[in-house]
Design a protein around this ligand. Sequence first.
Ligand code: AP5
Length: 209
Amino acid sequence: MRMILVGPPGAGKGTQAARLVETYKIPHISSGDMLRAAVKEGTKLGVEADGYMKAGKLVPDDVVIGMILERITKPDCKAGFMLDGFPRTRPQAEALDAAMKKATVELDAVVLIEVPDQLLEERAVGRRSDPTTNTIYHLKYNPPPAEIIARLVHRKDDTSEAVKTRIAKYHSETAPIIPFYMSKGILKRVDGVGDPDAITQRITAVLSS
Ligand code: AP5
């Protein structure tokens, strides 16, 4: 299975990816996680990406495209992969398309998790991540156990201001990839509002149809 999870910030891509990779036994490749790891390590790429990310802006295409196209050539991606957060612009989608054609492999599905804008800010601002287990919590919707609260991370771009910029970037830069995948007949729309278990079931249902 070669697939992409698309959706606005806070749509639940990371939450769903963690569940789906258990079912499909494919690596979860999150461009956001890779960039945050680079920022933490202080690599050249991380230093370049940090300012864009904090402000909620997109990291330049050439930086992200190189990073992801290299990642999907690794041996663990031979049988498939789940991309989360990439592609996020039309040039990124076209670069992935060209790389896959060259490798003579095809995408099976692009799952679009749809959540209205008015729910996104609260989801993102209330998110807390556990760096030990990589579990994603939410202070209201998926509260963490009291004993781990001290170690949880609040992302630098999960401020109201940065989330507003990220939502605007989603509409201006990322939404244009939707017709690109619709025209290929592989776009699957899923309602991302409701219980996370129900959403996982919706996604597995569209993937098996
Ligand atoms: P990235 O890390 O990809 O962030 P994002 O797309 O903004 O998505 P999020 O991680 O915010 O949300 P999510 O959909 O994964 O939601 P989650 O499951 O965590 O990118 C960050 C930045 O990196 C970008 O802004 C950019 O600067 C840069 N970047 C990354 N990729 C790039 C690229 N390709 N090109 C250029 N720049 C790039 O859920 C959110 C919260 O909601 C959690 O607290 C969760 O518990 C809760 N939640 C989940 N599901 C539900 C539900 N059903 N009901 C209630 N709450 C829920």
